[in-house]
Write a protein that binds this ligand. Structure first.
Ligand code: BDR
Ligand code: CA
Length: 313
């Protein structure tokens, strides 16, 4: 089977970086057509810089990287330096990138790529706020039916929220964009906090990555060392949740994940619950299912996959 074509839409972020490294280590399974950056964890200039640093770390300087939307559809940008550090990629000491940003807006790259590839052959992997995707669908509604699938990290049901008591960060930053994507009618796979909080980088798992002793592996271990202090203090957990790599791991090994096809609606109005993903997990409404909402994973299988793929660098 030929490699699945994807666009990675991202706001790196240490866990975004690990997701990109996982994808770029898997060329027989995944063909990364481009990386589109969005404002989220840190402002756009930093996410667009960080994405290129990660490509250079991976030795993949030919991957086109595009800058996209610098703010949500409505309201001011909310960032997460308290989690990811001032640069968004605190931890390893990576060199400034030499590879240039491509001279095109990320939204136009998404539109052109979907229009020029056969319908149903390009998957969108969203690791940050959904602003770029929603803007592309708004600007070019014809591309919606050409998307093979959207696999995204965002939302929560049982875990409720991480940036507010009721909302997960990616959805809370741009609820209007999320509402547009969730109601667009295309095949949607959602990795909420319910599953990503089970993908914990414990000390043993991080040591196994560090023991690979390559520049990539050491950088990943250092990213996780930095990233985990926040979650360990907040949740008392054994390590940091590797949120965004769940999206790429799902493409590589969907058998590691399980969930339910349910209806998911986005709260955009209430100041108290703005960005909440209201998932009908128990089927108590007659609203039609619009997403595979993932709830569980084989964490040991996930880390075995990640460690094996990182060993390829
Ligand atoms: C999500 O928010 C960001 O901080 C992470 O990169 C991840 O995409 C988790 O809520
Ligand atoms: Ca992210």
């Amino acid at each position: 089977m030929s490699a699945r074509k994807i666009i990675i839409d991202t706001d790196p972020g240490q866990d975004d970086a690990v997701a990109v490294l996982l994808a770029l280590a898997s060329p027989e399974d995944i063909s990364v057509l481009g990386i589109t950056c969005v404002a989220g964890n840190v402002p756009l200039d930093l996410t667009a810089r960080n994405a290129r640093m990660v490509c250079e770390l991976a030795g993949k300087t030919d991957i086109p990287v595009f800058a996209g939307c610098d703010r949500p559809i409505a309201g001011a940008l909310i960032t997460a330096e308290h989690v990811h550090g001032r640069t968004g990629l605190d931890g390893p000491d990576l060199p400034m990138p030499k590879m240039p940003l491509r001279d095109r807006h990320a939204v136009d790259f998404i539109i052109d790529t979907l229009r020029t590839n056969p319908p149903g052959t390009v998957t969108l992997c969203a690791l940050g706020p959904l602003t770029n995707l929603a803007t592309a669908f708004e600007k070019a509604p014809d591309i919606v039916e050409r998307v093979q699938e959207i696999v995204l990290m965002g939302g929560a049901y049982f875990e409720v929220g991480n940036i507010t008591p009721a909302a997960e960060f990616n959805i809370h930053v741009d609820p209007e964009a999320a509402a547009k994507v969730f109601s667009a009618g295309m095949s949607l796979v959602v990795m909420p906090l319910d599953v990503t909080h089970k993908a914990l980088v414990t000390r043993g798992r991080n040591d196994a990555i560090r023991a690979l002793a390559t520049p990539v592996a050491i950088a990943v271990a250092e990213m996780t060392d930095f990233f985990e202090r926040f979650d360990k203090a907040k949740y008392g957990s054994e390590g940091a949740p590797l949120h965004d790599p769940c999206v790429i791991a799902y493409l590589l090994r969907p058998d590691l994940f399980s969930g339910r096809h349910v209806n998911v609606e986005i709260e955009t109005v209430s100041p108290l619950t703005r960005g909440m993903t209201v998932a009908d997990w128990w089927g108590v409404t007659d609203r039609a299912p619009n997403a595979l909402f993932v709830g569980d994973l084989d964490a040991n299988g996930f880390f075995a996959l990640l460690t094996e793929r990182l060993s390829r660098y």
